[in-house]
Design a binder for this molecule. Structure first.
Ligand code: 5GP
Ligand code: MN
Length: 314
């Protein structure tokens, strides 16, 4: 019996969490794991804790039961998914600390072995793909398959990023066989944007500039920009991907405000630059072609620091 199966068998109470500002892979993997466990043993207590759940993911089974705030509870087993370090699950870190066992499942190259058990596959496109490796494909329900498929769709940018492999497509194919409605999931969770999200994209494109002979594109949104269009940081997914596909660009950088003194830095590269190593230099992390960190200072200072690091690699 694998560690995974053994730990689930022996735990009476199980909790699952993922990273702050949860994305499709984070939400899909947390709800997919919950569903897989419940499909095998409906009497188990399995609670999911996430900071927020964007409306487009509320159709996934179990999304309505997600706890948005920590509780004063001690679990036998706590799964931490799609997180490479403790600072990524801050709101629930105390709860995780109190749990008897911490089991981490992830695909970030920057994960150095979090928890009592840690399954990390940096070759996997998504944490949902790592779950496909662990789960028995014959025992995945449609509800679980929808969660896993959503995660893979999001972390591969609909099967187009360089992390998409033959294995990714095979797992996705197996999930489709369970009856997943791929067009609905792809359109309604990935491509569809609210009016406000489109305004934020438009503003970010107007704020963008080309640097270093057009090899780098940098953009930002200020708190004033966000306030003007009533947008929040939850409305900014996808902006970095639009910047990245600008013709001639190798690396894209996007900044948005976290606090009055700090900015979230999102980075994507096409073929050359290892953005994970740059993010790690500033206590962030991620993947070689998609990474992020939080930096203090003015937009201009942060831009210059990041551009010089990218330039060293070009
Ligand atoms: P995004 O730019 O979409 O926020 O993040 C890209 C990738 O980098 C994701 O896989 C995300 O988990 C990772 N990432 C983003 N920000 C941070 C951070 O501050 N710390 C760490 N460890 N990883 C991050
Ligand atoms: Mn992921």
């Amino acid at each position: 019996m694998s560690h995974f199966t053994k730990q689930i068998h022996s735990a009476k109470t199980i909790a699952i969490t993922g990273h702050i500002h949860p994305d499709g892979d984070c939400i899909g993997s947390c709800l997919g794991l919950r569903q897989y466990i419940l499909d095998h043993d409906p009497n188990k207590q399995v609670d999911v804790y996430l900071e927020s759940v964007p409306a487009e993911f509320l159709f996934l089974k179990g999304a309505e039961n997600i706890f948005l705030e920590p509780q004063d509870k001690e679990y036998d087993l706590f799964f931490v998914l799609d997180c490479s370090s403790v600072d990524r699950f801050v709101p629930f870190a105390d709860m995780v600390d109190k749990a008897k066992i911490l089991f981490c499942i992830d695909h970030h190259i920057s994960n150095q072995g979090l928890g009592d058990f840690c399954l990390v596959d940096p070759q996997a496109s998504a944490t949902c793909e790592v779950l496909c490796q662990i789960f028995d494909m014959n025992e995945i329900s449609l509800s679980c398959a929808e969660c896993l498929y959503t995660g893979i769709v999001h972390d591969t940018g609909v099967f187009k990023h360089s992390n998409t492999t033959k294995a990714t497509m095979t797992y996705a194919g197996n999930l489709l066989e369970k009856g997943v409605n791929c067009s609905k999931i792809i359109d309604e969770t990935f491509y569809q944007k609210t009016f406000v999200q489109n305004l934020a994209l438009g503003k970010a494109l107007l704020n963008s500039s080309l640097e270093v002979d057009g090899q780098i594109i940098v953009s930002f949104l200020t708190q004033e920009n966000l306030t003007e269009i009533s947008a929040s940081s939850a409305d900014l997914n996808g902006i970095i991907d639009q910047l990245r596909i600008t013709k001639g660009v190798e690396t894209a950088v996007f900044l948005y405000p976290m606090t009055p003194e700090s900015y979230k830095v999102s980075m994507r590269s096409n073929t050359k630059v290892n953005v994970s190593s740059i993010a790690q230099e500033f206590q962030g992390g991620g993947h070689i072609r998609a990474a992020g960190c939080t930096m203090h200072g003015t937009i201009e200072d942060i831009k210059q620091q990041i551009i010089s690091r990218i330039q060293q690699q070009l």
